[in-house]
Design a protein around this ligand. Structure first.
Ligand code: GLU
Length: 492
């Protein structure tokens, strides 16, 4: 183990932060926290064509929302900053020059057109690399002439011939690549911007990164990076490539099949701690039966050895199940801040209503244990705020009969006499009425629920009635009585 553990999450702000990226960030975070190391955020924005300002903002937001707070990075600072690559351009230029001087790299003056022609030709000839290395052997005089003519150039690394490039992946074990299948890597582009490879290696070195934990789509870059470290005379960090994440049908995770952005999960009512827990288990497990684990517990249990080299499967149903467990743990009060704006957006609450209205807390409290997402709470909450305008059709057939009106009329009388209108007293009243009248308790409960909520499912009836309050319950039962009167001909 290196003496000092320093890891980094190095996203390119070319799009939203999706599940795969979040998992990389999360494993780096857990590893750093477990080992008392440093978790660094570095923004790799040297591909200016694909840079998106909004993506950058969303990356910060997503990491913060998940609680992946970085120790060094943008908006935070640190001794080896700046942490945004576009603010470090002079360094890359300098290091590219250094490699040219030491003859590990060379200027390539080939035009894009020539490169394309060569590539197509070599592809046809089934050559393993796409570039014919024409500029690798230019004489000093030819180079001088090209420079004097201001010919644009890129800088390429001289990949040594006939070498086996090896590295020991902490998750997959020893990996060998033959250098002959590697193209002379582009380090610097004509616009003076570094490629991902150069900037990544220079910064990992400058930032004293001890472990590179990244997705396995980068594994083919690693032998190139190893050669680059060698050219600089630097010791490479340790590498660990995390297994791919598949959708449940075995395909690559796509936006359509779950690779939504972290912020999309927030918008659709997933709690950050549930997403955190769920993502941590994409490829990692504590090695025992535990599945629901809090952040500190995961930090305590985290190790790279427990990351499986096998692909993991992203199952959104499981995420919802886990979110349900976290919803259960939360107090209703702690969810108000997130649910209230959703209720407002749905039009259930008037704009002047405030989040301390007890009905808001009651609605959340009664619905959260039967919901898997905050949005599901909201979808089912309408009758806490708005009188039903119709009744669930199937339930009407089942629970509204010719005799229901009379039952409701008696109930109204009894409810009116209640001094305390709460769950316990309502329970008592309904049971006493059932015993005295011989009407089965279910035949009182189901029709009342339909009358007060419009639907046949939901939280316990007496809790619901208490939450709605006497006035609302009365009004709704009276409305149901009128409805029953009007529709008596259709009832059985
Ligand atoms: N900028 C790369 C990305 O977007 C980082 C890869 C790495 O971690 O080396 O994923």
């Amino acid at each position: 183990m290196p003496a000092e553990i320093r890891v980094r999450f190095a996203p390119s702000p070319t799009g939203y932060l999706h599940v795969g990226g979040a998992r990389t960030a999360l494993f780096n975070y857990l590893f750093a926290r477990r080992s008392g190391g440093t978790f660094i955020l570095r923004i790799e924005d040297t591909d200016r064509g694909r840079f998106q300002e909004s993506a950058l903002e969303e990356i910060y937001q997503s990491l913060r929302w998940l609680g992946l707070d970085w120790d060094e990075g943008p908006q935070k600072g640190g001794e080896v900053g700046p942490y945004i690559q576009s603010e470090r351009l002079d360094r890359y230029q300098k290091y590219a020059d250094q490699l040219i001087q030491s003859e590990h790299a060379y200027r390539c003056f080939c035009t894009p057109q020539r490169l394309e022609e060569v590539r197509l030709k070599r592809e046809k000839e089934k050559q393993s690399t796409g570039y014919d290395r024409l500029c690798r052997d230019l004489t000093p005089a030819q180079i001088e002439e090209n420079l004097a003519q201001n010919k644009p150039y890129i800088v390429r690394l001289k990949i040594p011939a006939g070498r086996t490039v090896s590295f020991n992946d902490l998750i997959r074990g020893k990996i060998d690549y033959q250098s002959d299948i590697l193209d002379d890597l582009v380090l610097l582009k004509t616009d003076g911007f570094p490629t991902y490879h150069l900037a990544n290696v220079v910064d990992d070195h400058a930032m004293r990164i001890s472990h590179v934990l990244r997705g396995d789509e980068w594994i083919a870059s690693t032998p190139r990076h190893v050669l680059l470290y060698e050219a600089f005379g630097w010791t490479p960090p340790l590498f660990a490539h995390m297994p791919v994440i598949l959708d449940p049908s075995g395909g690559k995770l796509s936006k359509r099949k779950g690779a939504a952005s972290v912020m999309d999960y927030k918008r659709t009512g997933i709690l950050p701690e549930a997403l955190f827990n769920f993502i941590a288990f994409l490829g990692w497990s504590p090695g025992d039966e535990r599945e629901k684990m809090g952040r500190e517990e995961m930090i305590e249990a985290f190790s790279l050895e427990n990351i499986s080299p096998k692909a993991s499967v992203f199952d959104e149903k499981k995420l919802e199940w886990m979110n349900g467990l976290y919803l259960h743990d939360h107090s209703a009060e702690s969810l108000v801040r997130d649910v209230f704006p959703l209720l407002k957006a749905k039009g259930f609450i008037s704009s002047e209503a405030n989040e301390h209205d007890p009905i808001v807390v009651s609605a959340i409290s009664l619905l959260k244990d039967r919901s898997r997402r905050l949005t599901e709470i909201v979808e089912n909450a309408s009758y806490f705020f708005i009188d039903p305008v119709s009744y669930e059709e199937k339930a009407v057939i089942k629970y509204f009969a010719k005799g229901t009106k009379a039952v409701f009329e008696t109930l109204i009388d009894k409810l009116d006499g209640m001094i305390e209108f709460n769950q316990v007293s309502l329970d008592k009243l309904y049971h006493e009425y059932s015993t005295a009248s011989g009407v089965a308790i279910g035949e009182l409960i189901h029709p009342t629920r339909l009358a007060v909520s419009g639907v046949s499912f939901g939280p316990g009836l007496f809790e619901l009635m208490q939450a709605l309050g006497k006035e609302t319950v009365f009004r709704r039962i009276k409305t149901a009585i009128s409805w029953l009167e009007k529709n008596s001909a259709t009832l059985q």
